[in-house]
Design a protein around this ligand. Structure first.
Ligand SMILES: [Zn+2]
Length: 294
């Protein structure tokens, strides 16, 4: 902070006495009474470079040392890292923007989808455009069900006639559901570890960091897949990403919560199973919404 001068005796922002160029109460830099253009530019570039540097070092720590950011935040070492919620919003925003961006650049409709085992099943085999028509009595039965009274059987008919488009519409809800379920993961971890780490918020930190890594990993995956024409290679990458995520979550849990590997793996399995059930319920609800909008 060389070359920083103090121009006033009191902070112009909060009126606290100044002992240096920065206010010890509110942190504002004492501004020059005659602002120069160079100062404005320097301020902007300093802010940007500082921010960039922090983002890069935080991302490096997030990727290379699973769980360490959470450990640092819980231990009070915070100023050096981007706050967890901001990191989560930035990484998920990048993830949600990367599909449309790739599409715009490659003129390919690379939809953002999180690869799930069901969609991994038969990647090579194109789902043939099959046209099925509902039997009248089936249509009537569906019309009378409570869900279809909202959705309507024409929508269902359209979905059946366009299985690929409807499948894509549902797939597009996965990342949004995962985004919304982030606090639920924290709740499950709180349930498992509330005696070791009391309070909900520490587990929220963990969940934010875990999801920040997940969205980053899948952003990279989409970027790589955009340049792959080989479907099997793309599939292998998807499986590798999922395995990486499982490994990462386990390693992060180990670093944050401690305990034996046996307990970590056991807890991860229980939390994973509970999450899967909640995820399926959420996805089913999202599918009904997708059908209503289809
Ligand atoms: Zn001040």
């Amino acid at each position: 902070m060389s070359g920083a001068k103090r121009y006033h005796d009191l902070c112009l922002n909060c009126s606290a006495p100044l002992s240096g160029a920065w206010c010890s109460q509110c942190g504002q830099k004492d501004p020059s009474p005659h602002p120069l253009l160079g100062e404005l530019v320097r301020e902007a570039t300093h802010e940007l470079a500082h921010w960039d540097g922090k983002l890069l070092s935080t991302m490096r720590e997030l990727v290379l040392r699973p769980g360490q950011l959470t450990v640092d935040f819980l231990g009070g070492r915070r100023a050096r890292w981007l706050p967890p919620l901001r990191l989560y919003l930035i990484t998920s925003l990048v993830y949600f923007l990367i599909g449309p961006t790739i599409g715009a650049i490659t003129h390919r409709d690379e939809r953002v989808q999180i690869v799930l085992p069901s969609s991994l099943a038969a990647p090579g085999a194109e789902r043939e455009a099959q046209t099925q028509v509902l039997k009248p009595e089936v249509a009537t039965a569906i019309d009378n069900s409570s869900i279809m009274r909202i959705v309507g059987s024409q929508k269902l008919q359209r979905a059946i006639e366009n299985p690929k488009e409807f499948g894509d519409a549902i797939s597009r809800t996965y990342p949004k559901v995962i985004f919304l379920l982030m606090p639920v993961v924290a709740l499950l971890l709180w349930g498992a570890y509330r005696s070791t780490v009391p309070g909900y918020v520490p587990h929220l930190y963990f969940s934010l960091h875990l999801h920040a890594f997940g969205f980053s990993a899948f952003a990279v995956l989409h970027l790589l897949r955009a340049f792959l024409t080989n479907k099997w290679l793309a599939l292998s990458l998807g499986i590798a990403a999922l395995l990486t995520l499982v490994w990462y979550a386990t390693a992060a849990m180990r670093r944050v919560y401690g305990g034996s590997w046996g307990r970590i793996v056991g807890t991860a399995a229980v939390v994973g199973a509970a999450y899967s059930v909640i995820f399926l319920i959420a996805i089913s609800s999202a599918a009904i919404v997708a059908l209503a909008l289809f």
